[in-house]
Design a protein around this ligand. Sequence first.
Ligand code: GDD
Ligand code: GTP
Length: 428
Amino acid sequence: MIKAVILIGGPMKGTRFRPLSLELPKPLFPVAGFPMVYHHIEACSQVPDLKEILLIGFYQPNEALTRFIANAQSEFSVHIRYLQEFTALGTAGGLYHFRDQILGGNPEYFFVLNSDVCCDFPLQEMLTFHRGRGNGGHFTIMATEATRQQALNYGCIVENKDTHEVLHYVEKPETFISKLINAGIYLFSPAIFKHIKVVFQRNQETTDHEMNSVNRYDLYHPTKEVIRLEQDIFAPLAGTGELYVYFTTRFWSQIKSAGAAIYANRHYLNIYHRTHPDRLSNNGEKKPKIVGDVFIHPTAVVHHSATLGPNVTVGKNVTIGAGVRVRESMILEGSVLEDHCCILYSIIAWNGVVGNWARVEGTPNDPNPNKPFAKLDIPELFSDEGKLSPSITVIGSNVHIPGEVIVLNSVVLPHKELGRSCKNQIML
Ligand code: GDD
Ligand code: GTP
């Protein structure tokens, strides 16, 4: 039997994703029509013999999370539970804290997935690779490639090219180590807990003062139970013959910013061609004009003279009027796009209203297409001159944009009644 754990983080995480994560835990933010972690759960449910998925995080259980889990559980006949950490325990601390739940039923292996990665989850291929390394208590990290410069923002791995054994691991190094990066998806045998236990016990014996200097990233909440999978477990395991790399060349991206959500949306829509062609809209009589990949929720009402796409997602109960143009954007549940408005490279969050002839436009920060394996950069919010860097336009929930107004490269916080046009601004 196999299990899966999805690390969903908590309220202090996902800060670069604001204001979109102000109202809803970031893992529930919809991409290509479904919550971010729905894509993980769907992929896990297709692994034969995978019986249970545990979401571990430090969000207070809330209605949205409970409802999401109940729906997912009935849709994919797999057992799903949320386990709440009392505080942020780090990427391995939560695993250790809930080890009895993870090991219940004696799983042979378990996957661990970061909730903020987007890919087409080659989990079965990874499992085959893992089994191919023998029956021992070993561990596999999924890896992808990045450019020399971008690799510094990820966990970097040096492998033995013949055996794929991890020889060296450094989390977010300061200077170049390797272009092979940790993709945030792992396959562990239960023996991993032996290694986590060693770190746990060592932390218990450490004084508070020493702890503060070890857990540099969490000075405000020093807790002896914080264990970091990357620094505390992978780094020492490198070179011991127990840690392996499964390399994938398939699409992979992190979702840290709003721009990354637009980018992930495009790729998930593209994956639907293979996995769920029924989710993509077609052209037809009395139907809106569809260009490229477009997802329209069945409850949305779209005027036949509107043009949507490429790479557009239209959520539940959205209304789109005559002559509207939407491209490379996501329109979330309950929003209304009035006649002839134009939305380009933007996210309109829940229950927004965009008036007649208004124009909402952002600037994509796509990776350089001429550089193989280039990843999305997260641009600094402000340029050196103190100006907001051009990026995707994000309209927070319940914002009203009056007719004929132009919003360019801006972020508008929730519940705002915009009175005038704005450019490169954060509207508070
Ligand atoms: N439950 C729980 N508790 N989850 C956590 C905690 C915690 O205390 N801290 C982080 N997470 C979750 C986050 O929600 C996210 O899904 C994942 O763990 C990793 O988050 P970060 O700690 O922010 O790391 P990162 O995303 O900057 O880098 C990690 O992922 C990269 C790939 O996307 C590292 O594993 C890198 O090595 C890797 O390259
Ligand atoms: P093309 O004109 O198709 O080559 O696209 P472009 O990349 O030069 O233009 P842009 O990205 O600005 O616009 C994308 C699409 O939105 C195009 O099909 C335009 O016709 C359409 N569009 C641009 N501005 C408006 C507008 O103010 N109103 C409406 N209804 N559509 C617009």
